[in-house]
Write a protein that binds this ligand. Structure first.
Ligand SMILES: O[C@H]1[C@H](O)[C@@H](O)[C@H](O)[C@@H](O)[C@H]1O
Length: 628
């Protein structure tokens, strides 16, 4: 048996005897509950002993120990704490998702031009990027609990300001406050959940936070759909509703505890022990407590405590590698285009023949629903497949779906209807729209739309006309400028899409994209980041990687329309395919498996150079099979 395997056996035996010792102690002093329960427990212990005796190798022993550990119920308290913190994820999803529907109403009521609309969307994401970075320092100094309280306070204040806003400047202020809350929540919540969860449930519980993010986005799209019928002040409800979960989270966290790991780091050991045993219920905490404490002491010896954390992280190879992996994952999540696909979903659906704007809003809610449901699949898969396989499988599928999506746009562009009528501009403003010869070129200009008739399924009598400044549902002038009149005359108006027989390919690509992206590439960057840094570097590591996520989120969303103008739509989606392929190489080479490991064990996975992860996992597999 190798040295490592024998260490494992020794460690496993120690854990088992710890567990059983604790059980026996409890049974003896009668604190283990009723006689029946105690009887049941000793049966489990006896079963484990016999499986221990018959276990022939280190691997089997380890499995027996894990089975034993998992048989001990995880107290409901851990789930309550996780769900309350994941409300932060819900608010992140809700507040980033709700704004598109709110803007439809706002731009009419407050006469918002394109610049103000852009400001209201990107100010939130920009503020989130800044506060995620600042959240690292706050987390380290004040702890996770005060940061979650701060985030829910910001969410509540922000949504109050938004619901009561009378002008666009106040709206902007409200969106910035909400963005500050999103940034702090996005980096704190996964860390907090990872620190309170038992190792065998950690992946699943942290992934629940991502489920809440996509749940928030789905809920936001339903709220957008409902209140879109309330033309006056509907946006106040859309933007203000997030105060409800925010207040619930704030009140809950007044009573919920601090992370025991942070407390141990700050020397508050008694409190930490109390909270840890609350979180572990009937399980022995001595070993976990000692391992956290020893780890902190060792880390201090190895890395020292002088200088800013980020400098220490960059000069100490294991944390530098973890940081590269964490930030890389977040960067590739955004570079594979999730937010443009979500943002563009209504248009893709319109391309596939959905003419009505309201129906498109509801179908966009369906897209958000697919994203949500398949994140649930991720929650189910994460502890079965592990992080690495799940992320690799998900990104491979995402890349294939992007190719299908791009092909949909390419085929549509190739059969793009010709423009057959070029009416003179009555306002003599010489708009560029009337100069295009094909629908595909007309569509790439955000100021233009197509007015056409259908003969069976082919487009006839088509013209490219400037879009109305107040509503993208009609033209500024000409045959398609009066909605009720042009619909009666069997005329159609297409803004942002060209009617072609290949639109279903893009729709198929969109659905496949979400099915593949949602279980892996959506949640895993958050989950992995919450576990790969040692305690002293955890806040800073998560602050940096969340900051990278938000910065690339802004970059990709802001550049999408320009990218599409230069590269056309299929070019833009092929570009994202290229990024996804690069991401695959990166993940294949650099992401180690963290499933089932204690947070304190994970640092050792980054001891060897990056790009050898796959080799080391192969080596481990070989060692195991030789040992058998
Ligand atoms: O993990 C989340 C999730 O996938 C969301 O759907 C997306 O909008 C976010 O940008 C991402 O960070």
């Amino acid at each position: 048996m190798s040295r490592k395997a024998s260490d494992n056996v020794e460690y496993t035996l120690r854990s088992l005897s710890n567990l059983m010792g604790e059980k026996r102690r409890r049974q003896a002093d009668g604190s283990a509950g009723s006689g029946a329960a105690a009887g049941e427990r000793s049966l489990i212990a006896a079963e484990s002993c016999s499986s221990l005796n018959s276990a022939a190798s280190g691997g089997e022993l380890e499995r027996a120990a894990r089975r034993q550990f998992q048989q001990d119920e995880t107290p409901g308290f851990v789930y309550v704490v996780s769900v309350f913190s994941a409300l932060g994820g819900f608010l992140f999803g809700y507040d980033t998702g709700v704004v598109s529907g709110a803007l439809l109403l706002l731009k009419r009521e407050l006469n918002l031009d394109a610049l103000w609309q852009e400001l209201l969307v990107s100010s939130t994401v920009g503020a989130a990027a800044l506060s995620a970075l600042a959240g690292g320092v706050l987390n380290g100094l004040c702890g996770r609990r005060p940061c979650i309280l701060l985030a829910s306070g910001l969410f509540t204040a922000g949504s109050g300001v938004l619901a009561a806003a009378r002008d666009k400047e106040t709206l902007l202020a409200g969106r910035v406050v909400v963005g500050l809350g999103i940034g702090v929540a996005s980096m704190t919540v996964p860390v907090y959940i990872a620190e309170v969860a038992p190792p065998h449930l950690r992946g699943r519980l942290v992934t629940i936070n991502s489920l809440f993010i996509t749940g928030g986005q789905f809920f936001a799209s339903v709220v957008d759909g409902i209140f879109s019928y309330l033309a006056k002040d509907g946006w106040r409800y859309m933007l203000g509703l997030s105060a409800v979960p925010a207040v619930i989270q704030f009140l809950g966290f007044l009573f919920l505890p601090e992370s025991p790991r942070w407390l141990i780091q700050k020397g508050q050991t008694q409190r930490a022990r109390r909270i840890l045993s609350q979180m572990r219920g009937n399980q022995a905490i001595d070993e976990e407590y000692d391992s956290i404490k020893n780890n902190i002491e060792e880390e201090e010896k190895e890395v020292g405590a002088a200088g800013p954390v980020i400098c220490r992280m960059l000069t100490y190879p294991p944390t530098r590698r973890a940081l590269i992996v964490g930030c890389g994952l977040q960067m590739f999540q955004q570079l594979s285009g999730i937010n443009t696909v979500m943002y563009y979903s209504a248009t893709i659906l319109q391309m596939s023949g959905v003419e009505d704007d309201r129906l498109a809003i509801w179908l966009a809610a369906l897209t958000a629903f697919i994203n949500f449901i398949f994140t649930l699949v991720g929650v189910w898969l994460v502890e079965r497949m592990g992080r690495r396989k799940l992320t690799l499988g998900s990104l491979t599928g995402t890349a294939v779906a992007l190719i299908i999506l791009a092909s949909g746009f390419l085929l549509s562009a190739q059969v793009s209807p010709r423009i057959t009528i070029n009416p003179p501009d009555p306002s003599h403003q010489n708009s560029t729209c009337t100069k295009y010869s094909y629908c595909s070129a007309c569509m790439l200009d955000p100021d233009c739309g197509l007015c056409y008739k259908l003969n069976k399924s082919s487009v006839v009598e088509s013209s490219c006309i400037p879009v109305d400044k107040d509503s993208t549902m009609k033209a500024a002038w000409g045959r398609c400028s009066n909605e009720t009149v042009f619909k009666k005359e069997d005329l159609f108006w297409a803004y942002n899409f060209c009617p072609t027989p290949y639109s279903w390919t893009a729709l198929l690509g969109l659905i496949l994209y979400l099915i593949f992206f949602a279980p892996g590439m959506g949640p895993m960057p958050w989950t992995v980041n919450s576990e790969i840094y040692p305690l002293w570097a955890r806040s800073t590591g998560n602050a940096c990687s969340s900051g990278v996520n938000w910065v690339f989120n802004v970059l990709v969303s802001l550049t999408f329309l320009h990218t599409a103008e230069y590269l056309t739509y299929y070019g833009a989606f092929l570009l994202y395919t290229g990024f996804a392929a690069l991401g695959l190489v990166f993940i294949y080479g650099c992401l180690p498996e963290t499933k089932g490991k204690k947070l304190e064990e994970i640092e050792s996975l980054f001891e060897s150079r990056l790009c050898t992860c796959d080799l080391s996992s192969l080596r481990n597999a070989n060692t195991k099979s030789y040992g058998k």
